[in-house]
Design a protein around this ligand. Structure first.
Ligand SMILES: *Cc1c(COP(=O)(O)O)cnc(C)c1O
Length: 458
């Protein structure tokens, strides 16, 4: 008999999570104005709100916490981290920051000016925010296949080269400070970018004299998908693939809360001394001195080890296996999910899940609330509430995809948890239409309304 898959780690420390009753959850979610962000974590049994900063550190990472050197300048922990980043990426210049958006803030403060165009593949919210805040434009050049959940494409994060060429032809290269490639592409559902696409984007950037940067939050997961799905990479190690990916770029911003497997942290890595020099002034102003940038020594040490662990094949296999396990169980139950499954989450297609609820009553939010009521599981709406209102007309924007994201924290839950989630969704799906109601907005903030919105049951 073929041996089943098993995780390449065992559990050394546990954190109890609390079960609750449906009656309790009904009271709590009402008190939370039907906004899952308002729930305190002790009211949640399985928390799939995000995979950001929620992973479990290894014994070797905790050992580094004890070895942390908290010197203000030139700490050993900084040196360890800088060396490991160089070993993995090949980038010579390194700037620590407190998280990913802080890295964006520092790099973009130096590079992005009013009127600039920054092409990329579905920029992440904070990336877009930092571009638009500087009165520049984030231009989405993702391939069209990314926006159709029914189409299979192994690399839905890819850039459409015609769209990118048009951007270069329409705007003078002086108006384009850089191209940003997000690996994996979070906003398109954790979808990877192929090595071929990275290389072609890089060649086009070179032709037009425009630098290429990576938003590298999930670079290791991207490398895993290249190894699994792209011809010619089967026998390469993840670290070799990572090195090759970064060899096509000029630098990166990193949210270490993702593939750094730490709870807080980020950095910038660069190959250009001038850009480095331009950035460090902003880093000192916004983040801290250049050898800690908002991170304590122990955090830098844990990150140095986390980056090496995140680029081990066996670790990545166990992570993607867990996500595929959940996704396949949902497919077995006939539940509509986005395919192929991403590297960090499974996405439910709420349009197909609850077609009986009018779109004006927030289908994805309804499903997310129902999942909480059924089993104490917290997912997140990636739909109309998140898409917010048009700034001019103030009408709701209805995005093409109305999704519930179930993000899986790294090394945190087991296959039994995945099974529990799948069955909870099956129970809801089998009674859809009858029991699930829509919601109205009672109060909302003028921007970023999803964090604080107050809802009322229809
Ligand atoms: C999380 C994330 C960021 C922002 O990082 P923070 O650490 O949350 O500030 C930027 N880009 C991508 C792709 C991300 O997933």
């Amino acid at each position: 008999m073929k041996l089943p898959y098993a995780e390449p780690y065992k559990i050394k420390m546990v954190e109890p999570v609390k079960m609750s009753t449906r009656e309790e959850r009904e009271r709590w979610i009402k008190e939370a104005d039907y906004n899952l962000f308002n729930l305190s974590s002790d009211k949640v049994f399985i928390d799939l709100l995000t995979d950001s900063g929620t992973g479990a550190m290894s014994d070797r990472q905790w050992a580094e916490v004890m070895l942390g050197d908290e010197s203000y300048a030139g700490s050993r922990s900084f040196e360890k981290l800088k060396n490991n980043v160089f070993e993995l990426t090949g980038f010579d210049y390194f700037i620590p920051t407190h998280q990913g958006r802080a890295a964006e803030n520092v790099l973009f403060s130096h590079l992005v000016k009013e009127g600039h165009i920054v092409p990329g593949n579905s920029h992440f919210d904070t990336t877009k925010g930092h571009i638009e805040f500087r009165k520049a434009t984030a231009l989405d050049c993702t391939i069209d296949e990314a926006f159709d959940t029914s189409i299979y494409h192994p690399f839905k994060g890819n850039v459409d080269l015609d769209k990118l060429r048009n951007a270069f032809e329409e705007h003078t290269p002086e108006k384009i400070p850089f191209v940003i490639l997000t690996v994996t592409c979070n906003s398109a559902g954790g979808q990877p970018v192929s090595m071929e696409n990275i290389r072609l984007v890089s060649e086009m950037c070179n032709r037009y004299g425009v630098p290429l940067y990576f938003d590298a939050a999930r670079f290791a997961e991207n490398a895993y998908f290249i190894k699994e799905r792209e011809a010619g990479f089967e026998d390469k190690t993840i670290k070799e693939i990572v090195k090759q990916m970064f060899s096509y770029g000029d630098g990166m911003t990193m949210s270490a809360k993702k593939d750094g497997i730490v709870n807080m942290g980020g950095f910038i890595a660069l190959n250009n001394e001038e850009v480095y020099t331009g950035c460090i002034t902003f880093n000192i102003m916004y983040e801290g001195y250049i050898t800690y940038g908002g991170m304590s020594g122990r955090d830098m040490g844990a990150l140095a080890v986390g980056l090496m662990e995140a680029t081990e094949y066996e670790y990545l296999k166990s992570r993607v296996h867990q996500i595929e396990y959940l996704g396949n169980r949902l497919v077995d139950f006939g539940i509509p999910v986005q395919q192929p499954f991403g590297g960090h989450a499974v996405y439910l297609d709420a349009h197909k899940f609850v077609p009986g609820i009018p779109v004006e009553e927030y289908r994805a939010q309804s499903v997310a609330i129902e999942l909480y009521l059924e089993a104490g599981i917290r997912g997140v709406e990636i739909g109309t509430i998140l898409a917010d209102r048009d700034p001019e007309t103030r009408n709701n924007r209805y995005p093409k995809l109305e999704l519930v994201r179930l993000a899986i924290p790294r090394r945190t839950y087991t296959i039994s948890h995945m099974e529990y989630i799948a069955v909870a969704l099956k129970n809801i799906f089998d009674t859809r239409g009858e029991a699930i109601s829509g919601y109205n907005i009672e109060w909302e903030a003028p921007i970023m309304r999803h964090f604080t919105v107050k809802l009322k049951k229809k």
